[in-house]
Design a protein around this ligand. Structure first.
Ligand SMILES: [Zn+2]
Length: 58
């Protein structure tokens, strides 16, 4: 019995299966990038908050 374990997240994989955790991480980063923008002071704010006129500083 062969156990393949992702060295990144520790998930059990089938032989030859490639874990998608890194892909998910990349996607999350991209999503954050799409959601956030910088205000005039260089603070990261939600674009949604900017559009609504409500500043939500992170
Ligand atoms: Zn993984």
């Amino acid at each position: 019995m062969h156990n393949y374990i992702c060295d990144n997240c520790g998930a059990y994989l089938d032989p030859g299966e490639r874990c998608t955790c890194r892909d998910t991480h990349e996607r999350n980063l991209q999503m954050v990038d799409e959601l956030l923008t910088e205000d005039q002071e260089g603070q990261m704010v939600l674009k949604e908050a900017m559009e609504n006129g409500t500043y939500t500083r992170l």
